[in-house]
Design a protein around this ligand. Structure first.
Ligand code: PMP
Length: 352
C-alpha cells in the first residue's frame, strides 16, 4: 500500500477472481465461462465495429437497448447495459444503498456483493443459508435492507421459485430487491416478467455465461423506468461510455442468433446432468445445481486436496477458502468431453 491510499478504503478486501493461467493448457473449469466460442454473428459484428474505433460509442446504446427491451417485452427506458453485470451490481449498491438502506444477502453467495458494499461504505448483513444450502425465503421478508439475491445462487446453483421471490419483493415495497440472474439460462425460473408489476425489482443479467462473451464484459439490468433512470445517473457520473463499441456490437450480434445460445445451453445442461450422475457414482455429494457449474464435496477427501490433485492433472476448478465451504469445489460444466476428462481424473483421485 502506498502512503497515499486513503483511509476510507482501509477495510477493503478486493474480490479474488478465478485464475486465468497462461503457463500451460488447462481444462478450465474454474470461472463458469462457456466452453463454446462466441456466436459467429457476434464475432462478425465486433470486427465490423472495430473499423470505427476512432469514435466513441453511442452512450445511449440505442440499438442494443432496443434489442434487449424487445427480448423482454419492455421499452429501452427499462434497460441499462453495463460493463459486465458486475458493473450494474456496483451501480445498484451506489444508487440504492447507504447507511439508512443497508444491504443484505446470503452468507454464501457471489463474493462481490460484500466487496461492493464495503467499497461503497454500505453496512450489510449476511443471512445464513439453511444447512442444505437453500435460501429461507422468510429471512428476506419485510426487511429494512436492499436485498441482493443471486438466482440460481452461486456457488451452490440452488434456486428460489418465482413465487418465493415475488413474496420477498411484495413484502419489501420500500426496498429495492436485486435479483442477479447471471445463471438463469441453465434452468432457473426468471422473475423478469415481474419488472412491470413491481417498481422495487431490478433484475440483472450477463452475456458472460450462456452467451459465451465473458471477455467482452457485457451485462445489463432491467427494472422500472425510475430505477433505470437512477442507475443512469450513476452511470453518467462515472463512465458514460461504459460499454466499448465492439462489445456492444457483439451483444447485438449474439442476440440475433438465439438458436446458437439455446443449443449451447442445452448442451451444457446435458453435460451437467451427465457429470452429476458420474460424480455421484464416485461417491461425491453435491447440490442439485441449476447453474453451469457443480458444487461438490467428497465425504472422505478434503476439498483443497481435490483441487490440487485436479490441478496436477491439468484440470482447474474453483476452491474457496471460506471455512463454510472449504470442503467443496465449484466445477464449471464444460463440454461432454471435458466432463469425461473430469470424471476420469476424479475416479483416479478417489482411488489414491
Ligand atoms: N453474478 C454472479 C452470481 C456471478 O457468478 C458473476 C460472475 N462470476 C457475475 C454476477 C458477474 O458476471 P459478469 O461481470 O461477467 O457479467
Amino acid at each position: 500500500m502506498s502512503r497515499f491510499f486513503t483511509n476510507k478504503h482501509s477495510t477493503l478486501t478486493p474480490y479474488t477472481p478465478g485464475e486465468q493461467p497462461r503457463d500451460k493448457k488447462y481444462i478450465k473449469l474454474n470461472t463458469n465461462e462457456s466452453p463454446f466460442p462466441p456466436s459467429p454473428c457476434a464475432i462478425q459484428a465486433a470486427s465490423e465495429a472495430a473499423k470505427n474505433l476512432q469514435l466513441y460509442p453511442d452512450p445511449t446504446y440505442k440499438a442494443l437497448h432496443e434489442e434487449i427491451a424487445a427480448y423482454h417485452g419492455l421499452t429501452p427506458e427499462e434497460v441499462l447495459v453495463t460493463n459486465g453485470s458486475d458493473e450494474i451490481l456496483n451501480f445498484a449498491f451506489m444508487a440504492f444503498c447507504d447507511k439508512e438502506h443497508p444491504a443484505a444477502f446470503p452468507n454464501i453467495t457471489y463474493g462481490f456483493y460484500s466487496v461492493f458494499a464495503t467499497l461503497n461504505h454500505v453496512p450489510y448483513t449476511e443471512i445464513p443459508l439453511k444447512p442444505d444450502f437453500t435460501v429461507e425465503p422468510l429471512d428476506y421478508k419485510s426487511t429494512a435492507d436492499t436485498l441482493f439475491l443471486a438466482n440460481p445462487n452461486a456457488p451452490t446453483g440452488l434456486a428460489l421459485t418465482v413465487s418465493e421471490i415475488e413474496e420477498i419483493i411484495k413484502s419489501n415495497p420500500n426496498r429495492v430487491v436485486v435479483v442477479d440472474e447471471a445463471y438463469i439460462d441453465f434452468g432457473g425460473e426468471t422473475v423478469a416478467p415481474l419488472v412491470r408489476k413491481y417498481d422495487n425489482l431490478l433484475v440483472t443479467r450477463t452475456f458472460s455465461k450462456s452467451r459465451s462473451m465473458a471477455g467482452a464484459r457485457l451485462g445489463y439490468g432491467i427494472g422500472c423506468k425510475a430505477l433505470i433512470s437512477d442507475l443512469n445517473t450513476v452511470k453518467y457520473s462515472t463512465n458514460p461510455y461504459n460499454v466499448n463499441s465492439m462489445s456492444a456490437a457483439a451483444g447485438l450480434g449474439v442476440m440475433k442468433d438465439e438458436a446458437y445460445t439455446e443449443k449451447n445451453c442445452r448442451a451444457i445442461i446435458e453435460a451437467r446432468e451427465y457429470a452429476k450422475a458420474e460424480l455421484k457414482a464416485l461417491g461425491f455429494e453435491m447440490t442439485d445445481s441449476l447453474g453451469n457449474f457443480l458444487f461438490v464435496r467428497h465425504p472422505k477427501i478434503k476439498g483443497a486436496k481435490i483441487y490440487k490433485a485436479l490441478r496436477k492433472r491439468g484440470i482447474l476448478v474453483r476452491h474457496f477458502n471460506s471455512i463454510l465451504i472449504s470442503e467443496y469445489n465449484r466445477i464449471t460444466v464444460g463440454t461432454m468431453a471435458e466432463m469425461q476428462a473430469l470424471t476420469d481424473a476424479l475416479a483416479d483421485i478417489v482411488k489414491e
